[in-house]
Design a protein around this ligand. Structure first.
Ligand code: GLA
Length: 395
């Protein structure tokens, strides 16, 4: 029985753009006007803090969603994905939040939101090739949204500068919240729009500020492994929304606008034990984000491992968004020599990250694979995750 996790390579952007161009030409009988890509992400630390007004520190993956576009002579938009049977065709002006569902909701939702922000998207054909694993907690949805948004804005003749990128983040969130129905917090769209190669992005949702922080584990002979449990999660089902609701309830009970505004001592004023644990996760996680940024900015990668693991414990015990498979990845990776490990993203399945000495990558992968096989679970998948670049036009 093989125990080696399945590797998921990102593919070469130039080759993906070329094959997507060929697929577009097959479908529409002409060349596309452009091909665009937006990355998936892993969050290094600062989980479930975006909607609580705290800080997070994601990096972009080399895995991205690609979109080829071509102008039409009428005002229709058509969409097809190489990964899905469901296409969509319609007029942007006719889209309403409840009129589309499934894959089309992400695409039509973004166009609907941009339209509401006075972006005049012309009639377009879009063909999508999503290379971010689906349902793996790696932000395949935001990569699709942001890729569609930059393609549509370029077709509308807008400059893809930071001001537009800020609008794109807002409108992609609106699409996800109002059309897809997932009450997510904005981290995924922000990293897709503003990532920088070799850096993590410190995003402060309290102040709205962003800062690039160097992230280069290879310089310390370390590798960040992403391990996808292949337990599928979706954010539009109830559990993610429940956590958001519980955080809001805790903030209300304490009379603060959001949990991040809490003084440490105030935690004791929360009678409800469960809400107290939710609030404690938010408070302690934000401190860990600060410590991690300090460690990275002073080149002290040794301190990073324990912070990652402490974040996992807090997400597992206080915020209760882990699951057995994620816990097994974390425990096994640590026993096999990882410096630190944690679940990443929304949780309830999806992926974990492990910071591993590069000469132990194979060993850690094998150990996690064996732990899964021993329990009768499907083999996990692994991705290597050098911090990659933001959404852009690729051809
Ligand atoms: C998902 C959401 C984000 C964020 C994370 C948890 O990825 O899309 O907005 O809340 O979960 O940190």
């Amino acid at each position: 029985m093989p125990t080696r996790p399945v590797e998921v390579p990102p593919g070469s952007p130039a080759e993906i753009a070329e094959s997507l161009t060929a697929a577009f030409a097959d479908e529409h009988g002409r060349q596309p006007d452009g091909v665009y890509a937006a990355p998936g992400r892993v969050n290094l630390i600062g989980e479930h803090l975006d909607y609580n007004g705290g800080r997070c520190l994601p990096i972009a993956l080399p895995h991205a969603c690609f979109v080829a576009t071509g102008r039409r002579t009428d005002d229709l938009v058509t969409v097809r994905s190489l990964q899905s049977e469901d296409g969509w065709a319609g007029r942007v002006a006719d889209v309403t939040p409840s009129s589309v569902s499934g894959f089309a909701a992400y695409v039509a939702g973004v166009l609907w939101a941009l339209h509401g922000d006075h972006v005049t998207v012309p009639g377009l054909d879009l063909v999508v090739d999503g290379r971010v694993p689906l349902g793996a907690g790696l932000s395949s949805s935001a990569s699709l949204e942001v890729a569609v948004a930059i393609a549509a804005c370029d077709a509308a003749g807008l400059d893809l500068d930071d001001t537009l990128r800020d609008r794109i983040v807002t409108e992609c969130m609106r699409a996800e919240n109002d059309v897809v129905g997932a009450p997510t917090g904005g981290m995924d769209q922000a990293i897709a729009a503003f990532a920088r190669r070799g850096h993590a992005l410190l995003i402060d949702f309290g102040t709205g500020s962003r800062r690039h922080v160097p992230w280069d584990p290879a310089a310390a002979d370390l590798t960040l492994l992403v391990i996808d449990t292949r337990v599928q999660h979706t954010l539009s089902d109830g559990a993610y929304g429940d956590r958001r609701g519980e955080s809001e309830a805790a903030a209300r009970a304490l009379g603060v606008p959001s949990l991040i505004d809490l003084e440490d001592a105030a935690l004791d004023r929360l009678d409800d034990e469960m809400l107290r644990r939710r609030a404690r996760h938010v408070a302690t996680e934000d401190v860990r984000v600060g410590s991690m940024v300090e460690a990275l900015e002073s080149g002290d990668l040794a301190s990073v491992g324990p912070l990652l693991t402490a974040s996992h414990v807090s997400l597992r015990d206080d915020y209760e968004v882990s699951c057995e498979e994620l816990d097994v990845v974390v425990e096994t990776a640590l026993s096999a020599g990882a410096f630190g490990a944690r679940m990443t993203g929304g949780g309830f399945g999806g992926s974990a990250i492990a910071l591993v000495p590069t000469d132990r990558v194979e060993l850690v992968g094998q150990a996690v694979g064996r732990a899964f096989v021993d329990r009768g679970w499907d083999l996990p998948a692994v991705l290597e995750a050098p911090a990659s670049a933001a959404a852009a036009r690729v051809s």
